[in-house]
Design a protein around this ligand. Structure first.
Ligand code: ATP
Length: 347
């Protein structure tokens, strides 16, 4: 597969503070990619460099074989064929929906612009609202106007900077699914910037996890969730249990017995064990009492429970479904289905 967009060794400092450091990744034709990381890790700056709003100190941006930016070149944003949707949608308050959308298409006749504006409004289901002003629209509708404006010029690549964050949770999920279907139907590649792991996992086909200006790991949602390379990625992608253990022939000795380990064959390692990979089983007199634990907390989350279990003065999170028979105070044994060896922080 040939990449549509290639970002190579991008570096950017603001007032001698490094904000983006040696970031490289590719986005393939029709692919939805996400940059995920905490606030301030350099996601928006990376996106702005790709769009051409910011000039990198070093590195290369190219798309479809054309160099957009390097030490000698800087193609202006309007000549890159890239669309963007910002967090606040940036709609013109005094222009109606149709005018806002039509603004995304320039250098064509007024008639063509209007026809195309109606076409994309149809795609996002807003034809009936074409004469409304933005402040008479709901958050979700405004988001769709911004999306229509961004795709009216048929960009090859769409940049989405936290576009769902101001929507309430129910609407956020529905809008996310709609946007995703539209991008796939139109074959538009996209980069979503978000600090919400659930959003990146469900929206993107591949994602890059950022930490302090660097890309820590790139992979499919399943790979970064199930096979995190570092403790940082394991922790950022969801709740996990870190366990120090010794591994021999791919099997670790842990407080909950022997566990098959991915990512290490031998030696002292740090393991990440997701709460859903831990199971509580009833403790009876035949079990080794040294390994049994006590349930000290229970959190009800609607579709499941997260328990906190103390084993040997350490606490572990265990996720169960709604049928879990155990209660706070019960003595249980923990069993781990799988574990991944991860690189500790600051190594
Ligand atoms: P958020 O999710 O909060 O938007 P982010 O990961 O997108 O965060 P950036 O917006 O890229 O992060 O910012 C990274 C760092 O660079 C922050 O510390 C920010 O304050 C700083 N920064 C961004 N733009 C500028 C600028 N124009 N001048 C100086 N510092 C800036």
């Amino acid at each position: 597969m040939t990449p549509l967009l290639t970002v190579e060794s991008i570096t950017k400092q603001f007032a001698s503070t490094p904000v983006v450091q040696d970031v490289s990744f590719s986005v393939y034709l029709g692919e939805i990619f996400a940059l995920l990381g905490p606030s301030g890790c350099g996601k928006t700056t990376t996106l702005r460099i790709i769009a051409g709003f910011e000039i990198a100190d070093a590195g290369t941006i190219s798309m479809a074989g054309k160099t957009f930016a390097n030490s000698e070149t800087h193609v202006p944003p309007e000549s890159r064929g890239i669309g963007f949707v910002f967090q606040d949608y940036a709609l013109f308050p005094h222009k109606n929906v149709l005018e806002n959308v039509a603004f995304g298409l320039r250098k064509v006749s007024k008639k063509t612009r209007q026809e195309r504006a109606f076409e994309v409004l149809g795609m996002v289901g807003l034809t009936d609202l074409h004469s409304r002003l933005p402040h008479h629209l709901s958050g979700g509708e405004q988001q769709r106007v911004a999306l229509a404006r961004a795709i009216i010029a048929r960009p090859k690549l769409l940049l989405l900077d936290e576009p769902f964050s101001s929507l309430d949770p129910g609407l956020r999920q529905a809008t996310r699914e709609e946007v995703r279907s539209l991008l796939k139907a139109e074959g538009i590649s996209a980069i979503l910037v978000t600090h919400a792991q659930e959003e990146a996992l469900s929206f993107a086909e591949r994602l890059g996890v950022m930490k302090e200006g660097t890309l820590e790991q790139i992979g499919t949602p399943e790979a970064v969730y199930r096979q995190p390379k570092t403790a940082y990625v394991a922790d950022f992608l969801g709740q996990t249990n870190f366990v120090q253990a010794h591994v021999k022939d791919g099997i670790a000795e842990t407080p909950f017995g022997r566990v098959k380990v991915e990512g290490a064959d031998r030696g002292d390692v740090l393991l990440s064990i997701r709460p859903e990979c831990l199971k509580m089983i009833a403790s009876d007199s035949q079990n080794n009492p040294a390994k049994s634990g006590r349930i000290v907390g229970q959190e009800f989350k609607g579709h499941d429970f997260t328990y906190r279990v103390e084993v040997d003065r350490k606490y572990y999170f265990v996720q169960t479904d709604y049928r879990c028979p155990f209660q706070v105070g019960d003595t249980v044994l923990l069993e781990a289905a799988s574990a991944v060896a991860v690189m500790p922080e600051n190594t």
